[in-house]
Ligand binder design. Sequence first.
Ligand code: PDD
Length: 331
Amino acid sequence: MPPDGRPAGAGPRVVASRYNQGMNRTFVNLDGSLVAPQDAKISVLDRGFLYGDSVYEVVRTYGGAPFELDAHLARLASSASRIGLSPKWDAARTRVEIDRTLAASRAHGTDAPDPQAAPWNRGERYIRVVMTRGAGEIGLDPALAIDPVAVVIVQPLHGPPARAYVEGVKVAVVGVRRPSPLALDPAAKTGAHLSHVLAVKEAREAGADEALLLDEQGFVTEGSSSNVFAVEEGKLRTPPLGAGILEGVTRGIVLRLAREERLAVEEMPLTPGDLARADELFITSTQREILPVARLGERPVGAGRPGPVTSALHRAFRRVAGGPVRVSERR
Ligand code: PDD
């Protein structure tokens, strides 16, 4: 089952019904105005819509407060500068607008209980910040953009269910390759996402929760929206930034925690064969924290269940991000 709790291959009807239900719990801040999601409209001439000419961040809350917001805002600014986009808001204004949107969401009351949810996701919020280059005369030339747009979307966080952390999930190495770093700077988190969309489609068709993308030479890069780690011979291995990956905020925390736990860490090129041989695999992202991988394609990873290094790192992560969670709570 995909980590969002939806059965693999679930059709658009399931998604549409959750979309409709979610609309009354979705809060949108469009250019500084809080608007109902159905009224949050931008121009069809906006370059974010036409070309994916935008940058974005996904932040989450713990205890209602945004986690690692400084790091996310710094990455947003860096993404914008890497593609020469002048965001409508600076970091200080973005912070204010996130707070306003979160406050509106909080004022709406408590969430319906979700017994499947991992304890650390209950009542928390997903925050998406999008800055587009704006609208203008149709044409690829970025100089045509005149009207940049800034958006904050706040929704209840739908992280992986508790079961995914206990049992592990399935990932698949897909045929779609990550675009060359020479074509699109992997350190820029942009709205140009079609290759990742197609990678997820392929993974879902294989019954997998996340797609792992290789580069053109066949080395592992990252997941469609996550970084990947392997544990072999007691060492923690992950592709280096030079492998053409996004510098995940969660990845950075995991590397720091691993060093604090005196684990040997190797940032090194990895092949699909290295992943297949690994004793443990896990993926990391803002929404998933540290999510164990139990199956790589059709083969079990190690013993086919979350391993001790992954569990130890996740416990350490939980201490950083909102307190310890007892094993009994993980069920
Ligand atoms: N995705 N790699 C890619 C390509 C990503 O899109 C993401 C994040 C990550 C993990 O980064 P972080 O730990 O900072 O979340 C790695 C976000 C969560 C998303 O698009 O939903």
